[in-house]
Design a protein around this ligand. Structure first.
Ligand code: FMN
Length: 314
């Protein structure tokens, strides 16, 4: 089984990916959060930081693109090819209202004919491999039959399926039956994504779908960064990873306050790994003082017992 770290906007930036790989090896691929190319045809400084030349990375990174314009995707693919990347991933899953209102992300699932035209324009002209990360529909799962027919017409190097519709965002039940149907009918390799939180969850996928060769995990890896690493997450390595992230964010953001707020996003998930985290978790959320923040995080790592399996808050 290959393990992929899902793209998580606001969480898995280049700093996070590099340090995660350093402290917790064992992930086969990391996907960048979505990048939206614009008509200006330049990668912004932030995008350039997200996409250093591929040979400078010691992990496998797949840039993700969010666009409904074929020319923009092809331009982006060329930039990525020049930087040494061998694959890009198309985002057909983003549920955000501002994105779908523009007909992008999962908004592209609303109009299957337009999606078909888009894919027709990009495949065969794309200079590097193209994978797709999709939901199973915009409004309801029945839409996936038609969508899969479309996907089957193209040599998608991997179709990553998050079996929810747009309206569910990231909550509620995943539609395993739709994934099963896709497995039976797909002509492209499939990757499963959604609500895998423990090794037992992954084992269940392996058993139920032996033909699936890859799974993608997002929130559970933020909560338990060592979930897929031999030896797992112990408090010492979690603390070292946390501290390295914090220091790197302080350096990059040019100040501690923003770095601390950035780390609080991680803590929303990371607290799921600790028992009895209510009191310290509350203090952590409240503080705006970096010295106090450091004190609270030290307390968490050094006094709270770690759970074997996370208790998700999502
Ligand atoms: C905060 C957040 C940001 C996300 N950003 C992206 C993104 O940039 N691109 C994308 O394809 N999916 C994005 N997703 C979806 C995840 O990649 C993944 O499909 C989803 O979290 C389900 O997997 P999980 O249950 O393992 O977390 C995001 C999800 C969350 C919660």
């Amino acid at each position: 089984m290959r393990y992929y770290f899902a793209p998580l906007e606001g969480l898995t930036d280049a700093i996070y990916r590099r340090l995660h790989h350093k402290f917790f090896p064992g992930i086969d691929r990391y996907y960048t959060p979505f990048i939206s190319p614009t008509a200006h045809r330049v990668l912004t400084p932030k995008e350039q930081r997200e996409l250093p030349p591929a040979d400078q990375l010691d992990y496998v990174c797949i840039p993700q693109v969010l666009t409904k314009h074929s020319e923009d995707l092809l331009w982006f693919a060329e930039q990525c090819a020049d930087l040494g990347y061998t694959e890009i991933n198309l985002n057909l899953g983003c549920p955000s209202g501002t994105v779908t209102a523009k007909g992008k992300g999962s908004g592209m699932l609303k109009d299957p004919d337009a999606l078909d035209r888009f894919l027709d324009e990009v495949f065969y002209r794309c200079p590097i491999a193209l994978s797709v990360k999709t939901r199973i529909g915009f409004a309801e799962p029945g839409e996936f039959d038609r969508l899969l027919q479309i996907f089957n017409q193209y040599p998608i190097c991997e179709l990553i399926i998050h079996p929810r519709v747009r309206a569910q965002f990231y909550n509620g039940p995943v539609e395993k039956t739709v994934f099963e149907k896709a497995l039976a009918d797909t002509t492209n390799p499939l990757c499963y994504n959604g609500n895998l939180c423990t090794k037992a969850d992954i084992e269940a996928i392996r058993k139920s779908y032996p033909q699936v060769e890859s799974v993608m995990l997002g929130r559970a890896l933020i909560a338990d960064p060592g979930l897929l690493t031999d030896g797992g997450s112990d408090a010492q390595i979690l603390e070292a990873f946390h501290d390295a992230l914090l220091e790197q964010y302080i350096e990059n953001f040019g100040g501690a306050r923003n770095a601390m707020f950035r780390m609080k996003e991680n803590w929303h998930h990371m607290l799921c790994k600790f028992e009895n985290a209510d009191k310290l978790g509350k203090q952590l959320r409240k503080t705006t003082d970096i010295a106090e923040y450091r004190h609270i995080t030290r307390e968490i790592f050094n006094t709270l017992p770690l759970r074997k399996d996370i208790q998700p808050v999502w």
